[in-house]
Design a protein around this ligand. Structure first.
Ligand SMILES: [Zn+2]
Length: 72
């Protein structure tokens, strides 16, 4: 899911927004409705990235992705 984290430059509100297509240009602050928002490095993506990294760490040479039965 393309969920990004944004911070409002007006009031500092941080919120997550599901972005589909070009909607990222239409994101407004959920609190003050300002369009002055900046995209943050998503903590959602960061967390899933860590999870992916840890699953790769347990990967075996058979699948290299940590997804086959011999990985565990
Ligand atoms: Zn705001």
């Amino acid at each position: 899911m393309p969920i990004f984290e944004f911070q409002c430059e007006e009031c500092g509100e941080v919120f997550e927004e599901l972005i589909l297509g070009d909607d990222k240009d239409k994101v407004i602050c959920k609190k003050c409705k300002s369009s002055k928002v900046k995209k943050l490095i998503s903590q959602v993506a960061f967390k899933s990235g860590n999870k992916f990294t840890s699953s790769v760490g347990s990967a075996c040479s058979t699948c290299k992705g940590g997804t086959c039965s011999s990985c565990h």
